[in-house]
Design a protein around this ligand. Structure first.
Ligand code: ATR
Length: 275
């Protein structure tokens, strides 16, 4: 029987996951990995996530993606978790086994790193990196970035939240936590916006001169030109990227976990960029 998958969130109508996974599965037409359907966007009630997962399992789904605000609850329902999921205490991919086990992974960090390395051809190793934000989005990517590059600075308006986040890191001693004022005079090769500021069309209070020569400015948001992206262009960033590639790469990691094959992300990103 064709395996079924879905994405769960609240709200959920905006999700591109069904579109992305359908394009992935078409790459494996006629092969076992392509024998799947991913078309459902499931709006779970805010107090009904675990029940929704139970229902999907009973209906025979093989797994799902989980988005805001349920990534922490998804961590709770998983009976086995990968290292990244454990560190972030948050899960975006669930795989259901017939014997009742639920495997939980968090592919956000891997997706970001792959997009930066493979699609944008930016080598992270040895670079001076600034991660902006300390909410759910930043939590998802902080440790994988740190694993590759110990030279990581974190900035957040509420500094205590950033400290709390970095305290959870493995070997956090080489990470610095900053206020925005403390960034004056500092320069970074890679600046990642993991704040939700773009949603409200706001600009985090970054000082000018923050971008080193050749710097990459990366906004994890997609679908809009954020004030951060405009600021980066006006302040000398060599490359400015939104988070569409990360979205597709984290989906590819989920696909690999479920189907055992790695899809080609390049044509999928290109299709999603079409006007
Ligand atoms: P998400 O899950 O998208 O990360 P969140 O958990 O609510 O959402 O976290 C939002 C993050 O964006 C926080 O780091 C927040 O900073 P504070 O912790 O200081 O509130 C940050 N943020 C939101 N709007 C911002 C703005 N205009 N300037 C700077 N940081 C902003």
């Amino acid at each position: 029987m064709t395996d079924r998958y879905a994405v769960i969130g609240n709200p959920i109508s905006h999700s591109k996951s069904p579109e992305i996974h359908t394009m992935f599965s078409e790459q494996f037409k006629g092969k076992p990995a392509g024998d799947m359907v991913y078309k459902d966007r499931i709006l779970a009630p805010l107090d009904g996530f675990a029940e929704t997962i139970e229902r999907l399992r009973k209906e025979g789904y093989k797994g799902c993606n989980v988005t805001v605000p349920f990534k922490f609850e998804a961590f709770q329902v998983a009976t086995q978790r990968t290292g990244p999921a454990q560190i972030m205490q948050a899960v975006n991919t669930l795989k259901f086994f017939d014997d009742g086990r639920i495997f939980g992974d968090n592919t956000d960090g891997k997706g970001l790193v792959r997009d930066i390395k493979e699609n944008l051809h930016f080598d992270i190793v040895g670079k001076h990196i600034l991660l902006m934000g300390a909410g759910g989005a930043a939590h998802g990517v902080a440790q994988p970035l740190f694993d590759i590059n110990r030279n990581l600075a974190v900035v957040n308006r509420t500094v205590e939240k950033a400290r709390h986040m970095t305290d959870a890191f493995d070997k956090q001693d080489q990470t610095t936590v900053n206020t925005y004022e403390e960034l004056v005079g500092q320069r970074f090769d890679l600046v990642i916006n993991a704040t939700s500021s773009g949603l409200s069309d706001e600009m985090p209070p970054l000082p000018p001169g923050i971008f080193a020569p050749g710097a990459l400015a990366y906004d994890m948001m997609y679908g809009r030109d954020t004030p951060f992206m405009k600021f980066a262009r006006a302040n000398g960033a060599a490359t400015v990227s939104d988070g569409l590639g990360m979205l597709v790469e984290q989906a590819a990691e989920s696909f690999f976990l479920w189907r055992g094959e790695r899809p080609d992300t390049v044509p999928v990103i290109a299709t999603l960029r079409l006007p």
